[in-house]
Design a protein around this ligand. Structure first.
Ligand code: ADP
Length: 606
């Protein structure tokens, strides 16, 4: 029971945006300090032999600077003084690792699952600090003996609804079910909440909202939303699910506002001319914004999320689902419940599973977090559930290949363009993700560059991150930028020409070359100019469990499985053959709420 108390999602709320430090003697937190970008000795005390020095490691979003106090045999203090890591992911390593290193007196502590790059950056920083302090860092590379739990403790828990997965869908379903009066347990196998939802950069599509009305957007209603989603998905989508999503999207936006998550900015998304994409006011990425707000709501409602706890099997009573088996490093849990909601996300990090459906993906880069392994699909299939569209796996066209970091679609919707190795535009950059990805794969080297300018950087918070992470090259003229992009020969002049033509097209309001008709409000003439080299990467598994419009999971005979609900990326049918940017968030909020409400009603708490 203690575990539930301590594994509260409060963890997420506490870590976001802070710089953490752990001091062995005081355990106190301190604030940020000035940027130090190289290993230096800060102070030395000849009396005690203690030296304080800084070291630097390469994080996912730029340098991670660490200040270490040690002598030849003991690490006394580790402080992360500078970092720009991903909220809720890298920041969890920033919070936990310094204390673990001090406690173990070793650099070789376990990294934080899902935050490997940040964990390694902190360890590298400690290593370089120790070396610059004049100590032998290898003396601190002591492999920790794992504490072996002789036998796990069996524990039985009871609740109305158990929710598997604490990403966007799971947190939404939990908040909604508790609002209806249900007693809820959430299990999350990772050490952090948020899943892939945490990585969503664009916004949430919704139609008929008060925010659209306030901006006089009258041509982007529910009917257009349904039509665009069906066209974007090549009509493979389940039209009933799409209709349910579109019709409930405005209400979902209002519900989010009611819990403090307002999305008042409205833009167009890739593949549509209509404006449905609702974004946070401050330009922050929608995923981390919503996961934080949903976590805070769950915390206010007193919901405990059992982190590091993996569901492994559904419990059945005849035809009915009546709970789950789950475990962590110390316990085997039996969680009895009146209903189960699967919100385990997709399988975009499970290459065995993906290549069963599309062998060509074997060597592709993925943008997915490591927990996206299709567990919910496999658990439900084991009790007779049906699946749909499993072979529909989406490539996102703008992925930085070295780290799998996705460059937000918003860069293009705000006016960014794509050029190839010849310095030329090659497609309607705002077409659907599958069309743009396919066009990229046909270019020389199967890659492209995304081009944007200072105006976009000023309006879009994610851009700052790309710059700090070293993803970008930047210059004050197009020609200079072409040089930094390493364009060869004619490609330099082609690029200058492409930029000038694009700016004229924006002024004229038509893209004669490729017929782009959105994201053309402003040109790319505000220096400095930026480029990031990108290529397609695995992004979203659009197939999954077959559900009906009530978020009930269907069996292979076409009947709902009593007591089993699912929402979010673990389900299939909403996105069809291609997901429109902004629809994953709409999907998880709308169907997360439906699953939460219906599971509560099924559990008899209404
Ligand atoms: P969605 O957008 O549908 O909410 P996410 O990827 O954001 O999908 O969230 C799914 C969450 O489910 C992730 O945090 C993931 O770690 C979690 N998860 C996946 N499989 C399990 C499992 N077997 N037990 C517990 N949590 C799981």
């Amino acid at each position: 029971m203690w575990k539930r108390l301590f594994a509260s999602i409060l963890i997420f709320a506490v870590v976001v945006g802070l710089v953490f430090t752990y001091n062995e003697s005081t355990g106190s937190d301190t604030g940020n300090t000035d940027v130090i970008s190289e290993a230096v000795v800060v102070s030395a005390d000849p009396g005690t032999g203690k030296v304080t020095a800084t070291g630097v490691g390469k994080g996912i979003d730029g340098d991670v600077v660490v200040e270490v106090t040690a002598d030849a045999s003991t690490i006394y203090d580790v402080v992360v003084t500078e970092q720009n890591e991903t909220e809720g992911i890298g920041t969890e390593a920033v919070k936990q690792l310094p204390g673990n290193i001090v406690a173990a007196n070793s650099i070789l502590v376990d990294g934080i699952t899902g935050a490997t790059v940040t964990s390694d950056a902190i360890k590298d920083g400690v290593r370089s600090a120790l070396e610059s302090a004049g100590f032998d860092a290898s003396a601190f590379e002591v492999v920790q003996e794992k504490s072996v739990v002789a036998e796990k403790t069996a524990e039985t828990l009871e609740c109305d609804i158990v929710i598997v997965g604490a990403g966007g869908a799971g947190l939404t379903a939990a908040a909604q079910a508790v609002e209806k009066g249900a007693d809820v347990i959430v299990v999350e196998k990772m050490p952090i909440v948020g899943g892939n939802s945490l990585k969503a950069t664009g916004g949430m599509n919704a139609a008929g909202t008060a925010y659209q009305a306030a901006l006089d957007i009258t041509d982007s209603g529910v009917e257009e939303f349904i039509e665009d989603t069906m066209n974007g998905g090549h009509q493979v989508n389940d039209v009933e699910l799409v209709t349910t999503m579109a019709q409930n999207s405005s209400d979902a936006v209002d519900w989010l506002a009611s819990i403090g998550a307002e999305l008042p900015k409205v833009a167009a998304t890739g593949g549509t001319v209509h404006k449905y994409l609702h974004e946070p006011e401050d330009g922050s990425a929608v995923g981390s914004f919503l996961v934080k707000k949903l976590s805070e709501q769950c915390e206010r409602q007193g919901i405990n999320v059992m982190l590091n706890t993996e569901a492994i099997e559904l419990l059945m009573d005849g035809e009915k689902v009546v709970g789950i088996l789950a475990n962590d490093s110390e316990h085997d849990y039996t969680i009895n419940a009146k209903a189960v909601i699967l919100a385990t996300g997709g399988f975009g990090a499970n290459f065995d599973m993906m290549t069963q459906y599309d062998p060509s993906l074997a060597n592709a880069v993925t943008t997915n977090h490591t927990g996206a392994t299709g567990d919910g699909i496999n658990m439900a299939v084991a009790v007779g559930a049906d699946t749909v569209d499993m072979e529909q796996i989406q490539l996102h066209p703008t992925v930085y290949q070295e780290t799998g970091l996705l460059v937000s679609e918003s860069v293009r919707s705000m006016g960014g363009i794509l050029v190839n190795a010849e310095g030329k535009r090659f497609c309607n950059d705002m077409s659907t993700r599958d069309a743009v990805s396919a066009a990229e794969l046909e270019q020389t080297g199967a890659y492209a560059y995304i081009i944007f300018d200072q105006r976009i950087v000023d309006d879009l918070a994610s851009c700052e991150k790309y710059i700090k992470s070293g993803l970008t090259v930047q210059a004050d003229t197009y020609e200079e930028l072409a040089g930094l992009m390493e364009l060869q020969g004619d490609a330099v002049q082609n690029f200058v020409q492409a930029m000038e033509t694009w700016n004229s097209s924006v002024a004229a309001g038509t893209d004669a070359e490729f017929g782009r008709n959105n994201g053309m409000e402003e040109d790319l003439s505000t220096a400095p100019y930026y480029a990031i080299k990108i290529a397609p990467g695995i992004h979203h598994t659009m197939g999954g469990l077959k559900i009906n419009t009530e978020a009930e999971v269907m069996n292979t005979d076409g009947n709902a499985i009593p007591g089993l609900y699912a929402a979010g990326e673990t389900t299939g049918g909403v996105h069809g053959g291609n997901r429109i940017g902004g629809n994953a968030v709409c999907d998880f909020v709308v169907f997360g709420r439906i699953a939460g409400m219906n599971a509560a009603e099924y559990a008899g708490v209404n």
